[in-house]
Design a protein around this ligand. Structure first.
Ligand code: FAD
Length: 461
């Protein structure tokens, strides 16, 4: 059987391990952190994530969809909280029943590692840092950061000592080592490898709303949103009846208005009065004393494949801002697309990595751009009449033409239409709408002209 070496046992690395375990390949996964299943606290990004169709399809392919979805909280609509703290507006995500699922990141990651490990051909090497790629040998260079508890069986001849670097040889190498990928970094000098990164001006801080007498403090099956122009607050429910609450704001806003306890409390009280009451003064003050706002980066690169045996996937290939809830979903879909491509290419690794990259780069760039755009929507547009009108119109058209007129958000979230095709379809819808608008305006003008002409006597013209 062929062998695959995977850098990173985060969400995408662990799912890839499940895919290759299922194929019966020899799988070795090198993860910088300790085994999260043995850790009390896992540091890192968002506690919960919104899982949608692309992610579900990938989980389904490895037999985990039902279990994972059952562990989550379905969200059917956005609930927009007004500044008075008392009134709301509800915006369903799609057709009745269509929903995203709020999932616990750590639990999801643990379940996938455990699932992959059930296969005797899969080995996870925790506390193993991938340092780089050896171009000439087409191997991963890995360093053990603690005394290894298990001996690598693929690609190394003897167990490495602590801090010793060793080379890992495999038929296929997949880099899933996240936004700051060491693998990607070591490929930087390859001619014609395009790379760009952008830190947005916003950062984020996560807080929690506790259960209220063992009940959810807010309605649980909606995505709570407090859009306030250039900053915004969101809240997603967890299965334990808590909410994970995230404030996104420019770093300048954090510095100007949230740098002392008094400032941050009055900021929350003024802008999010209902959330402020449930979060509680102490929790807000304590969080802002402990935690610094974290940055958000968007990364694009091309190609996603190298040397006929290496691919970048997940955030290593396309970190994106989290405003479309697609980073993980897109990374999960990467695993599925690669698996499908491999089968289509009769397990010819060299052609699969090339075809995969040709297929995926454009889609990854597109969802990166859409994620940037969606921030505009989340922070402000949802309150605008033009946005609401367009949403209604899209819903109306979708009811008449369910296959050919699908709203943008639904195409991204509830289908597997390739992201680049999603944008093409949306452009077509925009063109139709604009022609319709021009025709209606012209007809209205002609109508008015006829009306004036017919009544010219009465009008004294
Ligand atoms: P990561 O999750 O970053 O995993 C990378 C792994 O590689 C880690 O385990 C890390 O320890 C390991 N690693 C790193 N360097 C090395 C090395 N040198 N050697 C060995 N191992 C290494 N996406 C959604 O789909 N829905 C959401 O609702 C959503 N919400 C988000 C909210 C926030 C605030 C943020 C920041 C992101 C959100 N995302 C969401 C995006 C999502 O978190 C990422 O897209 C996803 O985690 C990417 O998975 P990954 O496995 O590629 O990378």
């Amino acid at each position: 059987m062929p062998s695959v070496a995977i850098a990173g046992a985060g969400l995408v690395g662990a799912l890839n391990a499940c895919f290759f375990a299922q194929k019966g390949w020899d799988v070795s996964v090198y993860e910088f952190r300790k085994d999260i299943r043995t850790m009390k606290h896992v540091q890192g990004r968002s506690i919960n994530l919104a899982l949608s169709q692309r992610g579900k399809s990938a989980l389904e392919a490895v037999g985990l969809k039902e279990y994972i979805v059952n562990q989550g909280v379905p969200l059917y609509a956005r609930l927009v909280h007004n500044k008075d703290g008392k009134t709301y507006s509800r915006q369903p995500y799609g057709k009745p029943g269509e929903h995203i699922v709020s999932i616990n990141r750590r639990h999801l990651n643990e379940v996938m590692i455990t699932q992959a490990e059930k296969s005797p051909n899969v080995k996870f090497f925790f506390e193993h840092k991938v340092k780089s790629v050896d171009y000439d040998k087409k191997q991963l260079v890995v360093q053990c950061t603690s005394q290894p508890s298990r001996i690598p069986t693929f690609g190394t001849k003897s167990p490495p000592a602590e801090h010793e670097e060793f080379h890992v040889e495999a038929d296929l190498i997949i880099a899933c080592d996240g936004a700051y990928s060491a693998v990607r970094r070591s490929l930087m000098t390859i001619p014609r490898f395009d790379f760009s990164q952008e830190y947005i001006e916003h950062g984020y801080v996560e807080l929690n709303i506790m259960a209220n007498n063992n009940e959810f403090a807010f309605e649980e099956n909606v995505f709570h949103l407090w859009p306030r122009g250039h900053f915004t607050l969101i809240a997603l429910a967890n299965r334990d009846k808590t909410f994970t609450v995230t404030i996104f704001a420019p770093f300048t806003e954090f510095e100007k208005h949230m740098s002392t306890t008094e400032e941050v409390l009055s900021f929350f009280e003024e802008n999010f009065p209902d959330a402020y009451l449930l979060l509680g003064k102490e929790h807000i003050a304590d969080t802002f004393n402990r935690v610094k706002p974290q940055s958000l980066v968007s990364i694009k690169c091309s190609p996603h494949s190298f040397f006929n045996n290496l691919v970048l996937m997940g955030d290593a290939a396309h970190a994106m801002v989290p405003f479309y809830g697609q980073g993980m979903n897109c990374g999960f879909e990467d695993c599925l697309v690669f698996s499908e491509t491999l089968e289509e290419q009769n397990n010819d690794i060299a052609s699969a990595v090339q075809v995969y990259s040709e297929r995926r780069v454009n889609d990854a760039h597109t969802i990166n751009d859409l994620a940037m755009y969606n921030y505009e929507e989340l922070k402000d547009l949802v309150n605008k009449n033009s946005y609401k009108l367009r949403k209604k119109f899209d819903g109306f058209m979708n009811a008449i033409f369910p296959k050919s007129w699908i709203p943008l958000y639904s195409m991204v979230t509830f289908t597997r239409i390739p992201y680049s095709e999603v944008v093409d379809r949306r452009r077509k819808q925009d063109r139709i709408l604009s022609n319709l608008w021009k025709t209606t305006s012209t007809l209205a003008l002609i109508g008015a002209a006829i009306g004036i002409y017919s009544n010219r006597g009465r009008l004294g013209l």
